[in-house]
Structures are given as structure tokens and as C-alpha cells.
Design a protein around this ligand. Structure first.
Ligand code: C2G
Length: 132
């Protein structure tokens, strides 16, 4: 069984996230998502609309996702990969090159982001509607 892992906040779940998760699962047979905690989001300079439990609930409903774990540190990737016997690390190409250090212990794949959609863009459009 080929095991894949990816990391992210996945706030206001949208089709860009789903495209990523679908293609991540296509890299193997079992997909683990390390979901950023609310505290870790603060470290990333993000304030999510949905809290960790709400975002976890949504991710667990996605058929491509087999396990959701918590991401609460930049430093946990190596230990996660070893602990969960991961073969392949996958993330969007907005992170191109940032995780090449993991190549010593697993495959590293950067997948093309889905253009024109982002949580930030969704929030901006909602604010525009709200101000009309
Ligand atoms: N993504 C995508 N297309 C979009 C938006 C997001 O492919 N239009 C991908 C991102 O590249 C990422 C995943 O969806 O692989 C989750 O995106 P975010 O929630 O924005 O994740 P991020 O804040 O980049 O967290 O330790 C790594 C970080 O936790 C990654």
C-alpha cells in the first residue's frame, strides 16, 4: 500500500482543495491530510473561518481522504513521514522547492495549484457582496 501525505489549512473548502486532494490520492492508495491547527494557522499568519474541528469534519467526508491528523508545527513533517510510513509527500506548487529536504525519506511532488480560486478570494468576494 502506497501512503501519501499532504498538509494544509483547507479553510472554506473549495474545488481547488478538492483538485489537490484527488490528485494527491492518485499518487498512491492511502491519503493522510495533516490539517493545520488553529494555533498553527496563527503562526502561518492565517485566521481560518472554520475552526480545526469544523475543517476536520469536512475533510473526513471527502472520499479521497483516509486519515486526518493535526499539523501544529513546521517541524513535524519528517517524524510524520516516518511514523505513518509515508512514501510520498504532496503539496501545491505554491510551495515549489520548499520541502525538497524531505526527498531523503520520501518522494516529493508539487502539484499545480488550481488557478483563480482561493480562500482569500472567496472571503473578498463575500465582503463585496456584503457591502452592496
Ligand atoms: N491549493 C490548490 N489550489 C488552490 C488553493 C489551494 O491546489 N486554488 C492547495 C495548496 O497548494 C495546498 C492545499 O491546497 O497544497 C491546501 O491549501 P492551504 O489550505 O492554503 O494550505 P497552506 O496554508 O498552503 O498550508 O506545512 C504546509 C502548510 O500547512 C500548507
Amino acid at each position: 500500500m502506497k501512503r501519501v501525505i499532504t498538509y494544509g489549512t483547507f479553510d472554506l473548502l473549495h474545488y481547488g482543495h478538492i483538485n489537490l486532494l484527488r490528485r494527491a490520492k492518485e499518487q498512491g492508495d492511502y491519503l493522510i491530510v495533516a490539517l493545520s491547527s488553529d494555533e498553527f494557522n496563527e503562526l502561518k499568519g492565517k485566521k481560518s473561518f472554520f475552526n480545526f474541528e469544523e475543517r476536520k469534519h469536512l475533510l473526513e467526508a471527502i472520499r479521497f481522504v483516509d486519515l486526518v491528523i493535526c499539523e501544529d508545527s513546521w517541524k513535524q513533517k519528517e517524524s510524520d513521514i516516518i511514523k505513518y510510513e509515508v512514501d510520498c509527500f504532496v503539496i501545491g506548487d505554491d510551495w515549489e522547492g520548499q520541502f525538497d529536504f524531505l526527498k531523503d525519506i520520501c518522494d516529493v511532488i508539487y502539484l499545480e495549484r488550481t488557478p483563480e480560486i482561493s480562500t482569500t478570494e472567496i472571503k473578498r468576494k463575500l465582503e463585496t457582496i456584503g457591502n452592496k
